[in-house]
Design a protein around this ligand. Structure first.
Ligand code: ADP
Ligand code: GLC
Length: 517
């Protein structure tokens, strides 16, 4: 395999002067702008761009879902065969540069175009079938196809970087097959190492054991990699035991997942791999989430010139049909409606706190999101009963930017939160987060101290409807009675540095450790 050269003095600040550019293949089920159900898609694309900026050669491999227009992509010549389920599946491969990548060192995305697996609506499922029955087959295919792709383009990575359960078979294929597989003159996977990033331990890819057949791996691998999970097959678990290095998306969540409360039954597995496991905080894509050049806002603003935020608030109130009053605090929320996000406590039938917040406090509340049907139903019910609660059920980039910019507070009462991106977007837009003390929320938000005025947001420890109610009440009290503190917190938040550059350097170290292992 051709050796990668060492680069000296890559950084003007003198840090990481001995950075070695690596070849990295990201394997993922989501990446913006092509496919997204949550923060995973943002994280994969932003990280890839940031790594490329540091000099790494990064490629992304993912499915071409039905909604990704192949007219806008280039087709690689010839079909590609992928061993699967005792036979072989054939796929076309498309490619495109990841938007935002530089001309010199572009991040190329490769799409596997397999009609039977990906030529349908939905990434993992649809509202009527939340988890496609053939997901183990679809995603084993994606993982195996990554290696075939490298052969096809004659490019062998130093690191295969798998994201979440859909890509968790990548480390397994590497460890039990590809490492010893056929090599070509220009390279092989013999020196390649694997990294698995866990974006959310709550989703593990647990399927019937019989579906292991589709992986084309032997039963010895099933047991050696510990896929077994109470007589089921747990894909993430197999990945955890096979990857050379593991990480999750914030240091605090890494600690939490080693304990039972947040370990989702895999805390023991993670403890057994603790030496190889760490937390690396996600960043914010400053090209997309930057109030100084956000194309969705009526006017730009920044810490130095914050006036545009008032216009954003007015536009938000107008958009949702609320009284255009600058004095009333606006609480915003943008989220997937799943139990993880604390929606039971916030909107739960009969006892949720959103109703009492809007009834008892002089506030406006705007909501954007979709997910659990019961929660959508409750939210629509709330907006018909209360004049100061407005909701948009659905997905909208534009409204999400307007909510981040135009709100005064942003609510994230998560049960658990591996990292969370919205609280960081909020800080960048001078919107104060109200969060539960958990996961990445703890790492990114500093709790308000009303004696000193320090902090960047409001925080509570134990999740309950009354904890949310009381903490929102605390924030609203500060809004009306500690205006100077609120103004100072806003500025402090806007000056925080959540750049991906820092995270990309930490991933660089993780790659180095994987290669040294
Ligand atoms: P998670 O990945 O657990 O959903 P994150 O905070 O990491 O949580 O990321 C969520 C991402 O999805 C953010 O970029 C957020 O703005 C976006 N998002 C979630 N729901 C919507 C929606 N309804 N409309 C627009 N963007 C949304
Ligand atoms: C997951 C987590 C979220 C994290 C995102 C990106 O979806 O729920 O907290 O920010 O992945 O890593």
């Amino acid at each position: 395999m051709a050796k990668t050269a060492s680069r000296k003095n890559l950084y003007p600040d003198g840090k990481n002067t001995d950075l070695v550019p690596r070849r990295v293949l990201m394997c993922t089920s989501e990446a913006v702008p092509f496919a997204k159900t949550g923060g995973l898609a943002d994280a994969v694309s932003s990280l890839s761009l940031a790594l490329a900026k540091l000099g790494h050669q990064v490629k992304i491999a993912m499915p071409r879902y039905y909604h990704i227009d192949c007219g806008a992509l280039d087709k690689l010549e010839g079909a590609m065969g992928v061993p699967a389920g005792g036979g072989e599946e054939w796929t076309a491969v498309y490619t495109a540069a990841l938007p935002g990548s530089g001309k010199k060192n572009p991040v190329l995305v490769y799409f596997f175009d397999h009609e039977a697996f990906f030529g349908r609506d939905g990434i993992y499922g649809t509202p009527f079938e939340s988890d496609f029955r053939d997901n183990p087959r679809r995603f084993s295919f994606m993982c195996r196809a990554c290696f075939q792709l490298c052969r096809k383009i004659d490019w062998y990575p130093d690191i295969v970087h798998a994201h979440d359960w859909p890509a968790a078979l990548v480390p397994v294929y590497l460890k039990y097959g590809e490492k010893y597989g056929v090599s070509s003159e220009s390279g092989s996977f013999a020196e390649t190492k694997s990294v698995l990033t866990i974006h959310n331990l709550g989703y593990q890819g647990i399927y019937n054991k019989d579906d292991f057949f589709y992986t084309n791996l032997g039963w010895d691998v099933f047991y050696q990699s510990c896929f077994d999970d109470w007589n089921m097959m747990n894909l993430l678990k197999g990945g955890i035991y096979s990857a050379d290095k593991l990480n999750t998306v914030s240091p605090n969540y890494a600690r939490e997942t080693l304990m039972q409360e947040h370990g989702f039954r895999l805390d023991g597995c993670l403890r057994s791999r603790a030496r190889d496991y760490r937390g690396i905080l996600n960043g914010v894509d400053g090209e997309v989430w930057n109030p100084a050049r956000d194309k969705f806002l009526p006017a730009p603003f920044s810490a130095k010139d914050p006036d545009g935020k008032k216009l954003a608030k007015q536009a938000l109130q107008k958009r949702f049909g609320l009284a255009e009053d600058p004095e009333i605090p606006v609480i915003g929320m943008v989220t997937r409606l799943s139990a993880q996000k604390g929606i039971g406590e916030l909107f739960g039938p009969g006892y949720g706190s959103a109703f009492s917040i809007c009834r008892d406090m002089n506030v406006q509340f705007v909501f954007l999101g979709s997910g659990e049907p019961w929660a959508e139903h409750e939210i629509l019910g709330l907006s018909s009963r209360l004049a100061n609660f407005k909701a948009h059920i659905g997905y909208s980039e534009e409204i999400s930017h307007l909510i981040e910019a135009g709100s005064d507070f942003f609510l994230m009462p998560s049960q658990y939160e591996p990292c969370g991106l919205n609280q960081m977007y909020s800080l960048a837009y001078g919107t104060l987060p109200i969060v539960r003390n958990t996961g990445g929320l703890y790492d990114t938000v500093e709790k308000y101290n009303e004696q000193t005025g320090s902090g960047t947001g409001f925080m509570f420890d134990y999740l309950s409807p009354s904890a949310i109610y009381n903490t929102v009440g605390w924030a609203i009290w500060a809004w009306y009675n500690r205006k100077d503190h609120i103004a100072a917190m806003r500025l402090r938040g806007m000056k925080q540095d959540f750049s991906w550059d820092k995270s990309a350097r930490e991933y660089t170290n993780l790659y180095k450790d994987a290669l040294d292992s």
